[in-house]
Design a protein. Structure first.
Lengths: 441, 441
């Protein structure tokens, strides 16, 4: 049986989980990889001993039996691996979207090695280039683990939805923000309390900025939109709102209409236009996303012929994400580079459109005070803007503030914005603050 | 662009939906198939005009512009297609598990054509042979549509779970029986009423025997177990109980413990043994399967590294199932025959074990009458058999019959059977009837 030699660069959570699975299941993997023995030639990381201990790996799998390596040392080991002709595939699990990582990807491919990565940040920035680059070098790029961890979305879109046309993608793709919102909703915790708990439980990074500002979810959505609609990720401009924009009163308002607030990634096509967002949205309790809590990820795909599909699984975790990385390695060991492996699945030239023009149902929440004529003024202004009201529920009273929830039928955010202007024109003191939350369903 | 010529044999629901998708989305498909133009060379069916009309297809796609063709005519057209060297792939959507179909599969492969089929009955019977046969002929067999229609389970197991080890598969894989049980549970309909409605709505065949006796679900489970654990489908002996064994009182009993009754397909491994069943089971309302109603299918996979995965989608329907057939065609047009494409993903020699020995939680329902000492006798007998009782709920009274629900901790069905014997020994008249329903969770 021939070996299939692998180098792993970066041994944090994902790299460690990946190495552990390859090391522990080599017999299974060899069989699945078309009788290639997957062999970790070397793991390159700055802290070999700590990583070996943490993931239960023999130290001789690592580039050196050392406590700490300098960047120069690591670079030297990387250089050796790139020049080692027996290495067929390199896994990059360093993370980050620096120029260094982008260059590293190119160096890996240029030196004739296949590339597997879980790095969504860099793929959202340079994925399109890297895929083109790989095509020219006749090498494969595996990136299953970059979107929703263990959920096999990339391969499913690439090879299972080829007999269909995906109209809409929506879901919960960031476990940290979902955990925080779940705690705020179910336990009534404040944003800060929930985030601190997420950090204590290891769900959130010590610097959870990309999770809470929505960029992590946006990176995943960009990769999916690129794959499904062929629009280069870097050029995708869509609105991204983080969970810091969620008021605690939003949950009370949402509950009053049998719903909750979730951080949702959404993309849909109409004609050749794609509308997308990442932002907090209203999820009715009849929707399956309502019950997705904690770090679990869930994606709904609506397709022209086969209708609705739901995929639920673990979006993070060392072994969970590692299993997706390993599935890429097995696939490449078995198939090598395959023409059009990376091609977007649609021949239509799609382009991004502005979600503000998209017709969605919304929950409009107006923060106001106890004063007469609020509902009349709001109702009239919406009517004057040709917006149909589905339901105006009772205001939620929170301290001196009243939060008026208004459900409106499908309309554009631009139109809602006009209605807000009209209200402000007519009653300058009525609106203290406001927000529009799209309603999922 | 080179053509990729396809012949479709059988133009019922699945064949018709498949032809419709290929015909309507040829530009999309060509791009996805690595620039091969998928071309329907011919559709062979006994009623060309009716099929053309029903699926909105031009009659010149069919083998003849005729109302009815004889079997001999069809066979002549099949023979022509087999001998046509420009045909690269043949789709069999005739259905049934006759020797004729098995021979047809072999003739297709022997004549150098790839085979795609949605036919679960024949694959559960002869799939293993056909895969071996195809390997020798260096041809591919696509069968994504044979298990759970549009849910991409086959490719997901083949190519996405290769970095993991699947411990358990469970789910709802027969839409008809699920529809019937949902109606019985939610609308209180009788079995006959619910089945007639399913037939009127087109969910159930006019002859729904394979749906209601569990064999359709069993065929799908056998194909999955063969794929996951490598045990030849034909040799798999596991217990199959149909939904005709469900009493209407089962739903009342289930509701009293916040659960319902669903027809469940289940397989799990312990060591190198695989335990499996298809039978009605108790699904607590906390389980996501609880809310899967109507013709929707849902599968839960529990894997060693990546934990729990859920897949939900449409398990039947012309276009839904057709989209899965087309994804196989695209895959094969792009990749052709691939070594080990069909190999089971595990090197372990698994064997089937008897589910009666498996430790599961059960709901024991004892049909009895209003008489003193029932709970005492039952409780003592279970205790004497070393079975732990989790809960004995109040009996459901239905006419002269009392239905006593007893939830027991993990134990084997064999042990439960012993407890029943003990009760009968001690109080011959106590048990009028009884059943054990495994509890999912």
């Amino acid at each position: 049986m021939r070996n299939f030699n692998i180098v792993i660069i970066g041994c944090g959570n994902v790299g460690g989980g990946t190495a552990k699975i390859i090391y522990d299941t080599s017999v299974e993997l060899a069989k699945r990889a078309g009788n290639r023995q997957l062999k970790i030639e070397r793991i390159i990381t700055r802290h070999p001993q700590a990583a070996a201990k943490k993931y239960g790996l023999p130290i001789d799998l690592f580039c050196a039996d050392a406590d700490v390596l300098s960047n120069e040392d690591c670079e030297k080991y990387i250089q050796q691996s790139l020049q080692n002709p027996t290495v067929e595939l390199i896994i990059e699990t360093v993370g980050g979207s620096s120029v260094y990582i982008h260059d590293l990807h190119k160096r890996i491919l240029k030196n004739g090695k296949h590339l597997v990565t879980a790095n969504k940040a860099i793929l959202a920035k340079h994925g399109y280039d890297i895929f083109e680059y790989a095509k020219n070098e006749q090498k494969a790029v595996g990136y299953e683990a970059s979107v929703c961890g263990a959920i096999p979305l990339i391969k499913v879109v690439q090879d299972s939805f080829t007999g269909d046309i995906i109209n809409t993608v929506s879901g919960i793709v960031n476990g940290t923000s979902n955990f925080v919102l779940s705690r705020m909703s179910n336990q009534g915790e404040s944003f800060e309390e929930a985030l601190q708990l997420a950090q204590r439980l290891g769900y959130a990074e010590l610097n959870p900025e990309l999770d809470i500002n929505g960029m992590d979810a946006a990176n995943k959505l960009k990769i999916l939109v690129q794959l499904i609609y062929g629009i280069e990720a870097r050029t995708q401009n869509f609105a991204v709102k983080g969970i810091t924009t969620v008021w605690k009163e939003d949950f009370m308002v949402a509950k009053s209409i049998r719903s909750t607030v979730k951080q949702i990634a959404f993309a849909t096509k109409q004609g050749n236009e794609v509308f997308a967002y990442v932002r907090p949205a209203i999820v009715p309790d009849s929707d399956f996303l309502h019950n997705i809590s904690g770090a679990t990820n869930a994606i709904k795909l609506n397709a022209l012929y086969s209708g609705e599909h739901i995929f639920v699984g673990q979006g993070a975790g060392a072994l969970e994400t590692g299993s997706a990385v390993v599935s890429d390695v097995v696939f490449i060991a078995k198939h090598g580079f395959m023409k059009d492996f990376l091609a977007p699945v649609s021949p239509v030239q799609y382009k991004m459109a502005n979600f503000s023009d998209y017709l969605s149902s919304y929950l409009l929440i107006i923060k106001t005070t106890d004063q007469p004529g609020v509902i009349g003024t709001v109702g009239t202004a919406l009517g004057d803007t040709d917006i149909n009201i589905e339901n105006i529920a009772q205001s939620i009273i929170s301290g001196p503030d009243w939060f008026l929830p208004v459900e409106v039928s499908k309309c554009s955010e631009n139109k809602l914005q006009k209605a807000i202007s009209l209200i402000r024109e007519r009653k300058p003191l009525l609106i203290k603050d406001y927000k529009f939350l799209p309603i999922i369903g």
